[in-house]
Design a protein around this ligand. Structure first.
Ligand SMILES: Nc1ncnc2c1ncn2[C@@H]1O[C@H](COP(=O)(O)OP(=O)(O)OP(=O)(O)O)[C@@H](O)[C@H]1O
Ligand SMILES: [Mg+2]
Length: 261
C-alpha cells in the first residue's frame, strides 16, 4: 500500500476513538506507520498510549474509527487474528506464566502447530514430534538472540523485571511478526541491559521488522526512534523527529500539565 508521499504505509489509523464509559482514552487519533521505521510514542501518564496499543492489537474494540494493517481493515478483529497477520504487541507489565520455564513460555506462542488437533495427535505423531522439535529449536535460537539462553530452564517468575522484558520480546519474535508494538521496553531495566535491548531492537529493525515503541526513557527514544508521535489527553499533538519533539513547547507543556516552569 502506498500513500501520497510514495512511502509504504504499513499501518494506517484513522479517527480512532476508544471510550471507557464517559472517558475518551483515545480521542480521534490518526497516523500512519512507514514500513521499516522505528516510530516512538511518548506522552504523559494517562495520555492513552497503552489504550491505543490495546485497540490496535484487538484487545479493545474501537468505539469508532478505522485501523488498516497492510491494506486490510483490522479494527474490531480479535487479537489472535491480528496476530496471524503479523502484528504483535508486548504488555506494559509482562505476563509470563510463572510456573513455566523461560523455554516453555517461549514455546507456548502459537506458530500454527498441528499438535493442537486431535486427529493429528493420533495419525501424525511423527510429524507432530518434528514440529515440536522445530519449535523448540526456534525458541532456543530466539532466547540466545535476546541473551536468555542460560536462563531457559529457569521459572519465569524468577526472572528480574528487565529479563522479563527480554522474555516478552522473545515471545513476540516466535511468530515472525512484521510489526511489533512495544509498550515501555525500557521500564525497570538497568542502563546496561537497556543498551542491550536497544541494540537488539536495532538489529531486528535492520532485519526488516517495523516497530512502534511507547517509552518514557528519552535516551531510547532519541537513539532509536524517528519519527516520534506525541499523545496528550487522548489526542496526537505532534509527529516530528526526536530532537524537535524534545524542544517543542507544546510537548513540554503537556508533560508539565500546563504548570509554568
Ligand atoms: N480498561 C480500562 N477501563 C477504564 N479506563 C481505562 C482502562 N484502561 C485505561 N483506562 C483509562 O484510560 C486513560 C489512558 O490510560 P492508558 O493506560 O492508555 O495511558 P498511558 O498513556 O499508557 O499511561 P502510562 O504512561 O502511565 O502507561 C487513563 O485515564 C486510564 O485510567
Ligand atoms: Mg501505558
Amino acid at each position: 500500500m502506498h500513500n501520497d508521499n510514495g512511502d509504504t504505509a504499513m499501518l494506517e489509523v484513522r479517527n480512532l476513538v476508544k471510550e471507557f464509559g464517559g472517558l475518551r482514552a483515545v480521542d480521534g487519533v490518526s497516523f500512519k506507520l512507514t514500513r521499516g521505521n522505528i516510530t516512538g510514542l511518548v506522552g504523559p501518564n494517562g495520555a492513552g498510549k497503552s489504550t491505543l496499543f490495546n485497540t490496535i492489537a484487538g484487545f479493545h474494540r474501537p468505539t469508532s474509527g478505522s485501523i488498516e494493517f497492510l491494506g486490510r481493515a483490522i479494527g474490531g478483529l480479535p487479537p489472535h487474528q491480528i496476530f496471524k497477520h503479523g502484528l504483535v504487541r508486548t504488555f506494559q507489565i509482562p505476563r509470563p506464566f510463572a510456573a513455566m520455564t523461560v523455554l516453555e513460555n517461549t514455546m507456548l506462542v502459537p506458530t500454527d502447530q498441528s499438535g493442537e488437533y486431535f486427529w493429528n495427535n493420533w495419525f501424525r505423531r511423527s510429524a507432530v514430534r518434528a514440529e515440536e522439535r522445530a519449535c523448540r529449536e526456534r525458541a532456543r535460537e530466539i532466547l540466545t538472540f535476546v541473551g536468555l539462553e542460560k536462563l531457559s530452564g529457569e521459572f519465569a517468575s524468577n526472572l528480574s523485571g528487565g529479563q522479563q522484558k527480554l522474555l516478552e520480546l522473545a515471545r513476540v519474535l516466535m511468530s515472525d511478526p512484521s510489526l511489533i508494538l512495544l509498550d515501555e521496553p525500557g521500564a525497570g531495566v538497568n542502563p546496561t541491559l537497556l543498551v542491550t535491548i536497544m541494540d537488539k531492537l536495532q538489529e531486528l529493525n535492520q532485519r526488516g521488522i517495523t516497530f512502534l515503541i511507547i517509552e518514557h526513557n528519552m535516551d531510547l527514544i532519541m537513539r532509536l526512534c524517528n519519527p516520534v508521535l506525541v499523545m496528550a489527553n487522548g489526542r496526537l499533538i505532534l509527529e516530528a523527529p526526536p530532537d524537535v519533539v524534545r524542544k517543542d513547547p507544546q510537548v513540554l507543556e503537556a508533560y508539565l500539565g500546563g504548570v509554568p516552569a
